[in-house]
Design a protein around this ligand. Structure first.
Ligand SMILES: *Cc1c(COP(=O)(O)O)cnc(C)c1O
Length: 424
């Protein structure tokens, strides 16, 4: 009997695999509601005939930051659709809680304000970080004071007023990796924030290695389709409560439709990340063997981002792609490429940018779900437009640039291999 009970208990407490959580977390109550798809609640306010009861609930929220029981009072306090996304993301990251915001930058802002409200304005950070995170820490917009260091210098950089240690791994855009466990150890009692946007919980769960705060630009892989902007912080309930208070007071809430789309995005996150990572790994192998490329950055951890340095002019690669979209951002179903020194990291001081490995010949590619041979063909034609050759390339008398003919070839190829148009 005893045995049976303990088996049942362990079966219940056994955590489900990530792929299962991705499609079920945040949806546990749907069957009991008689629903299959999660409901989208766009209400900005909620009726209540019991204002004494509301007063009590508001007091509880204001003093504890705990999630409201029952319907929200007003959409800036909470939203049931967004709450489903928060529950699901917390499960995927293996944390107590998660708090969603209007963007990744709104999420980082809330973290900094939450720490500053405790008198802890000093941040220790490791470069490179996403360009705007670097800017937010360094520009003093929130009164933050930052000490930049490398992972080995973290413990020496910590002061009595240090409220946060911040790292990104793999980092944007160099894909440099940091040993989270070692860094968490150097932080002592200061919370470590890991920006996990690039790895996603599919490849890495920083909380399991000692990070107290895990941040995502949900705009990237979590949404996954380039059509929703959001941010989220996964953490323990104590810090989540503080973040809810900051979010309520400062208003950087996620729109419920975005919450809905992010919950939906999570359900395919494991398959998207694994498929795109396989293509990125293959592209990194081919780029490594390519004489036009001087250096390839691809994380040991894997992932769907690959960065590389060209011998020639990186701007001509950007101008030459035809299938891959030349655009900032990442993590969508389609591939994007950009020049960090011009775009994603433009706002970082040039010297700091160079010193953290973001050189002028570096390109960052977000690999999507296209066929890897098509991606390689597009990269090859963009690279062979002389763009990756040293500048001495001599133009022939030919009026048609090489890029144009490669693009024409590409569109002819895609048209002729379109089975449905041929069939109909
Ligand atoms: C894009 C990005 C951010 C900022 O997120 P937004 O949603 O654009 O505000 C933060 N960190 C990383 C690593 C990013 O790539």
């Amino acid at each position: 009997m005893d045995n049976e009970v303990s088996i049942t208990a362990s079966a219940l407490s056994r955590s489900r695999a990530l792929a299962t959580e991705a499609v079920h977390a945040g949806r546990d109550d749907l069957a009991s509601l008689g629903l299959h798809a999660p409901p989208l609640d766009l209400s900005t306010t909620y009726p209540s005939y019991d204002s004494r009861g509301e007063a009590e609930r508001i007091d509880t929220f204001a003093t504890t930051g705990a999630r409201l029981d029952g319907p929200p009072v007003y959409a800036r306090l909470d939203n049931p659709t967004t709450a489903r996304f928060e529950t699901a993301l917390a499960r995927l990251e293996g944390t107590d809680s998660a708090v969603a915001f209007a963007s990744g930058m709104a999420a980082l802002t809330a973290v900094l304000l939450a720490r500053a409200s405790m008198g802890l304005r000093h941040v220790v950070a490791v470069r490179p970080l996403y360009g705007c995170s670097d800017h937010l820490l360094g520009a003093g917009l929130l009164g933050t004071e930052v000490t930049w260091t490398d992972p080995a210098g973290i413990s020496d950089a910590i002061r009595p007023d240090t409220g946060l240690v911040m790292v990104e791994t793999p980092a944007n855009p160099t894909l440099a990796e940091i040993d989270i466990r070692a860094v968490a150890h150097s932080c002592g009692t200061v919370p470590l924030l890991v920006d996990n946007t690039f790895a996603t919980p599919v490849l890495q769960r920083p909380a399991e290695h000692g990070a107290r705060i895990v941040l995502h630009s949900a705009t990237k892989y979590l949404g996954g389709h380039g059509d929703v902007m959001g941010g989220v912080v996964a953490c323990d309930e104590e810090f989540a409560a503080r973040l809810r208070q900051v979010r309520f007071a400062t208003g950087g809430v996620l729109h419920p439709l975005a919450g809905y789309l992010l919950l939906r995005g999570l359900s395919t996150l494991p398959v998207r990340v694994r498929a795109a990572s396989a293509s990125a790994a293959e592209l990194s192998r081919r780029l490594t063997a390519d004489p036009r490329i001087s250096r390839v950055h691809y994380p040991k951890l894997g992932g769907a981002m690959v960065s590389f340095e060209v011998y020639g002019d990186p701007h001509r690669v950007i101008a030459g792609v035809r299938l891959i979209t030349p655009a900032v951002s990442l993590g969508s179903v389609d591939s994007l490429i950009q020049h960090p020194a011009s775009i994603s990291h433009r706002i970082v001081d040039e010297g700091d940018r160079q010193a953290s490995g973001v050189g002028d010949r570096l390109l960052r590619m977000s690999v999507g779900l296209e066929d890897v041979e098509d991606l390689w063909a597009d990269l090859c034609q963009a690279l062979s437009d002389g763009s990756a050759q040293p500048v001495r390339r001599v133009r022939s008398a030919e009026p048609e640039p090489a890029v144009r003919s490669a693009a024409t070839e590409w569109s002819e190829r895609s048209m002729s291999s379109e089975p449905s148009s041929a069939g109909r």
